[in-house]
Write a protein that binds this ligand. Structure first.
Ligand code: AMP
Length: 283
């Protein structure tokens, strides 16, 4: 079933009192990465709700909100095939109110701690994680899921959402699912649609850099500067590197040396498309 109104979601889910409910929040343009979350949700819960919402308040003024791919008919078809019980695709006005759309100045935001947002994607995407946490908490309140499923692809996002759920005593269990990749190694992303064939080839550098860092770590290199330096062999004038970091995967703290808890994370523009990827060094 596809619904657009918050009240419709509440009317449907109130009949699911004896069921465990999963929520898979997405911005649509669904691909195998999203479907892996949905499949996991189906395994764990009786009922699965997928939200499809391109959330305006998590995009900066110069970001791709207007051109972000919107393919609701196809998304709904894919969800139906996977046996999703409910697809919730609200309008921005439904989520934030008509008057709210004119200005963010009167909206209550959930602002995650500076420690977690002042690094990685948060450094360049100022306010992004405020927008993410705000919409995710709203979705939790609307759907009231027992479990919510997020991808490791957005590793900083999962750490921040887990922290929000812990700090605000939100009664939902967060399940993190592994990154789904093309056979080439490229992490699936709705933004890959913006890339030309050449761009897709150049985008392989991200996963190659991460795989190589892990291989070097496995060979015994734990010096973080040395591990990061191995990236330069893969970068050309086609790559605009935004960050490459090696941090503690649970806390996003800096480490003296890489260890089994390390995660390497990269953000890089190719053809001006901002791509992110990451890898656990201990796995
Ligand atoms: P998005 O629609 O980009 O907001 O993503 C919705 C959810 O799907 C987020 O939890 C993402 O981390 C997850 N996701 C996106 N790409 C992938 C991928 N390649 N593998 C696994 N999960 C993904």
């Amino acid at each position: 079933m596809l619904v657009h109104k918050i009240e419709e979601v509440k009317n449907i889910t109130k009949n699911w009192k004896d069921c465990t409910i999963a929520l898979v929040p997405t911005m649509g343009a669904l691909h195998e990465g999203h479907l892996s979350l949905i499949k996991k949700a189906k395994e764990v819960c009786d009922k699965v709700v997928v939200s499809v919402f391109v959330n305006p308040i998590q995009f900066g003024p110069s970001e791709d909100y207007d051109k972000y791919p919107r393919t609701l008919d196809k998304d709904y078809e894919l969800c139906s095939k996977e046996g999703v019980d409910l697809v919730f695709a609200p309008s921005p006005a439904e989520m934030y109110g008509e008057e709210q759309m004119l200005s963010n100045n009167t909206l209550t935001f959930v602002c995650p701690p500076f420690f977690y947002v002042n690094k990685l994607c948060g450094k360049t995407r100022v306010g992004h994680f405020d927008g993410v946490c705000t919409v995710v908490l709203k979705l939790f309140n609307i759907v009231q899921p027992d479990y919510a499923f997020f991808g490791q692809k957005d590793a900083q996002q999962v750490v921040i959402i887990k922290k929000m759920v812990h700090d605000l005593n939100v009664p939902v269990k967060i399940v993190q699912c592994p990154i789904i990749r093309e056979a080439s190694g490229l992490a699936l992303s709705s933004r890959n649609k913006y890339l030309s064939n050449d761009g897709k080839k150049n985008a392989l550098a991200l996963s190659q850099i991460l795989n190589n860092i892990r291989a070097c770590y496995k060979k015994g290199i734990t010096d973080i500067a040395a591990l990061k330096e191995t990236a330069y062999g893969y970068l050309t004038e086609k790559h605009d590197l935004e960050y490459l970091e090696i941090l503690d995967k649970n806390t996003l703290e800096e480490q003296k040396k890489a260890d089994e808890n390390s995660i390497a994370l990269i953000a890089c523009r190719v053809e001006n498309v901002r791509l992110i990827d990451n890898i656990y060094l201990g796995e």
